[in-house]
Every structure is written in C-alpha cells, then in structure tokens.
Write a protein that binds this ligand. Structure first.
Ligand SMILES: Cc1cc2nc3c(=O)[nH]c(=O)nc-3n(C[C@H](O)[C@H](O)[C@H](O)COP(=O)(O)OP(=O)(O)OC[C@H]3O[C@@H](n4cnc5c(N)ncnc54)[C@H](O)[C@@H]3O)c2cc1C
Length: 410
C-alpha cells in the first residue's frame, strides 16, 4: 500500500469511549488517528443518555463539563425509586466535586468529546469504515478502511484500540475471547416529551418493568420503560398505545404527566443484552462497549467508557514511554477494568431480569427508610461513587438491617 502513514495509536470508533481515549493520548503528546464510519455531529439512537456522577467527574477532570453544560443540558441531583408502596428518595454521594448527573443527547455529548480530541491534535476521519486489521508477525500493527467514495486506505500503529461498540470489528478481527455473555433479558421503550416536569431522576420498579424519567437537552424529558423480554415484543408493536396505558395503570403520577404533555418524537425500542470480552492482546485493546457491553438498565455504559478511556490511555502512555514491552503494560488495563466492571456487569444482569426482588433484597429495601446515608449509598452504586461490592458486603447489609431494628425498637 503506497504512502502508508504510521501513528502511535489508531482508535476505531469516535464516540464516548473512542474520542475520550484518543483525546487523552493526544494530550500526552502521542500521534493518534481516529476513524469512524459515521459523520459527526450525529445522534446515536440507542441511548437514554444518562451520565452518572462517576462519569461526570471524569468530564470535569478532563475540562469538558462546562462545555457539556453549555449544550443546554440540565443538572440532576435528586433520585427517587418508587418500589410500589415504598418510595426511596436521596442523592448519590458525589465523586469529588461532581454531585450531579446529566443526560445529554448523544449528538451533544459525542460532539463535545470529538471536538476536544481534535483540539488535542487527533487526526479524525469520518465516513471511514474499518474493514480489517493489519498484522505483523501475529501482532496487530494497523487497520484498513474504506471511505464514502469506496477508496481503500491503510495505516500503521504501535497500538490499535477498538472503541467500535458491541459489534466491534476490531474484537472480531483479533478473535477476542468472550468471557461472559447473556441473551436478551429486557428491552427498552422510550420517547421524549416537552413540558413534562420531573424531580431529578425518577425510577418506578414494577413487576417486569423499570419505568424511568429524566431531563435531557432543550427542555425535553425522556420517559421510558425497561420491559421484561417476554413482554417486550408485544409492547414494542404499538408503543404509543401500550406505553401510555401502562404508564397510567402502573405509575399514575408519571402517566398523568405524560398525558398532559406533548410527545416530541416517535417511540424508540431496543432489546438489550450483555457481553464481556478479553480486554487486550498483541497490539490491540478494546474500550467501552467493544470490551464490555452491559445491559443498560443501570445506565452505566457511558460512565464505563470514560473509565476505560482513562485506564487504557494511562497504560498505553506508560507502554509507549517506558522500557517494558507495550503489550505487557497494556495487559494491566484488563485487570483494572475487570476489578470494577465484573461486579457491575453482574449487578446489571440481575436487574435486567426484572424479577420480583428476592427476600434478602426486600429486607434490605424495607430497612432503608429513615437511614438517609444508606439510601444515598444505594443510589451511589448506580452513580459509581459507591462500589457495588462495598454496598452489598454482608457487614454493610447487616449494619443497615441492625440500624432499622434499632430505630424500630427505640
Ligand atoms: C437502549 C440503550 C440505552 C442506553 N442508555 C444508556 C444510558 O442512559 N446511560 C449510559 O451510560 N449508557 C447507556 N447505554 C449504553 C451506552 O449507549 C453505551 O455503553 C455507549 O454508547 C458505549 O460507547 P462506545 O463509545 O463504547 O460505543 P458506541 O457508542 O457504540 O460507539 C461506537 C462507534 O464506533 C463506530 N464504528 C463501529 N464499527 C465501526 C467500523 N467498522 N469502522 C469505523 N467505525 C465503526 C460507530 O459508528 C460508533 O460511532 C444504552 C444502551 C442502549 C442500547
């Protein structure tokens, strides 16, 4: 291939995982090529947009939170979880100064990240669909892609990063091992409404459903429902009628607000699943959904993508500037990712079943009222400011139950 350019790093996929990774590497002086088959700015349809405090903290550290706020995206601090008969209200513990969550439309978020990457010196090519990897002695050493005119290109790099989502071509090209996966457990149905007031993030747990509502850009409110997979196809056939009826019967306080407001777009539907892949191998690594696609019921994917971008860019930087072989240094990323993401993956899988809570969980929920720190900490599991393993550790659960018993007896 004539004029084959080489870079320190090539990143495939330019949304929340890819642009962030490329930006962080370029800010440390590395040459980075970023490719995406999409054009930008563009929306990503399958998203309910929520970035919890753990993700917002990274945007703040990267100097991008003010830009996100400037997209006219409101901050949200309050969280309520209506369990039917019991309503928990609280605020997740902050991550540093990041006390609030945001739910920017992906067009806005992905553009903020991509602009920051380009400002840092990343070379970005839109409309560039990667077709395969170039390998040298069994090690990934570049990619080939085709542009909108059908012309084929190739470039080389010391490190190839797949940030290309659940169907990652990078992962498929290197046959990344699948470490865990689960089939569809639920599907999400959602739309956007004008003039629909919400108090922060509102969740309603109902049998086979998790209904949700929060604010996004331009004065719109996203209303949706995670629907047990057995019921999903039927409800998705005529979502407007089905969702309005369900919201009125299952969550009347929200259903009535929906009836009184203006739907601003069509209903979207998406069945969801989970997949966890090996994080890296010779010359390649996977970030964001390419590596770990979590069922989105906990709205963790964007926050996870930002965490991966930080961890992987640190590892690649150390590998490119240090004396140890790059692949050895990058291999630490998988262990760091999995220490956090495996418990979250399992937590999301359990929630996505939308089964009635088991007795220990009923006991825990029943013990929470009156213990505000514990309610806030439970919401902190979703915000990724309280580790899931710490909250559900037997001694913490016992402390919460004992606290409730003491209140009852005293
Ligand atoms: C219905 C639904 C709702 C969700 N809601 C939330 C939520 O509220 N909060 C949250 O945190 N997460 C949510 N998620 C998850 C979240 O969308 C993902 O975790 C996140 O988008 C992952 O980002 P990413 O950058 O890894 O991949 P993606 O956002 O999937 O981006 C991948 C990019 O790679 C590009 N690409 C793919 N293949 C190629 C190729 N061959 N060549 C070049 N480019 C390529 C694509 O064009 C795309 O731009 C939701 C997911 C679903 C399905």
């Amino acid at each position: 291939m004539p004029n084959r350019k080489t870079y320190d790093v090539i990143v495939v996929g330019a949304r929340c995982a890819g642009s962030a990774t490329a930006m962080l590497l370029a800010r440390r002086g590395h040459s980075v090529l970023l490719l995406d088959r999409d054009t930008f700015p563009s929306d990503m349809e399958a998203s309910t947009h929520l970035i919890w405090q753990g993700g917002v903290a990274r945007l703040a550290r990267w100097g991008l939170l003010d830009r996100l706020k400037a997209t006219n995206c409101p901050a949200m601090r309050n969280v309520s979880l209506d369990l039917g008969g019991l309503v928990l209200r609280g605020q997740p513990p902050p991550d540093g100064t990041a006390a609030e969550a945001y739910a920017p439309r992906r067009r806005a978020l992905d553009e903020v990240l991509l602009e920051a990457a380009q400002e840092a010196g990343v070379e970005f090519h839109p409309s560039s669909a990667v077709r395969g990897l170039v390998t040298t002695s069994g090690r990934a050493s570049g990619v080939s892609w085709v542009d909108a005119t059908g012309s084929v290109f190739e470039a080389g790099a010391q490190q190839v990063v797949g940030a290309d989502g659940p169907n990652s071509i990078v992962a498929r090209a290197v046959s990344a091992a699948v470490q865990d996966e689960h089939p569809h457990l639920q599907g999400i149905i959602w739309s956007y409404f004008g003039n629909l007031p919400v108090d922060g993030l509102e969740f309603f747990a109902r049998p086979g459903r998790m209904v949700l509502a929060w604010s996004t850009n331009d004065g719109q409110t996203l209303v949706g429902s995670c629907v047990r997979y057995d019921d999903y196809a039927e409800l998705a056939k005529d979502p407007d009628a089905g969702m309005r009826a369900e919201l009125l019967s299952l969550t009347p306080t929200l259903g009535e607000r929906v009836q009184a407001s203006q739907r601003a777009s069509r209903w979207r539907t998406r069945a969801t699943q989970g997949l966890r892949r090996q994080a890296s191998g010779p010359g390649w690594a996977l970030v964001g959904d390419a590596g770990v696609t979590m069922d989105p019921i906990t709205a963790a994917g964007i926050t996870n993508a930002f965490r991966d971008a930080d961890l992987l860019s640190d590892a690649i930087h150390d590998g490119l500037t240090g004396s140890r072989p790059l692949d050895d240094v990058v291999a630490r990323f998988g262990a760091e990712r999995d220490a956090v993401s495996v418990p979250l993956f399992e937590f999301a899988r359990e929630m996505a079943k939308l089964d009635p809570p088991p007795q220990p969980m009923i006991d825990l929920f029943s013990a929470l009222p009156g213990q505000q720190d514990a309610i806030d900490a439970y919401f902190g599991v979703f915000a990724q400011t309280v580790p899931v393993t710490r909250f559900f550790a037997p001694d913490n659960v016992a402390r919460i139950i004992t606290g409730a018993n003491k209140r009852a007896s005293g």
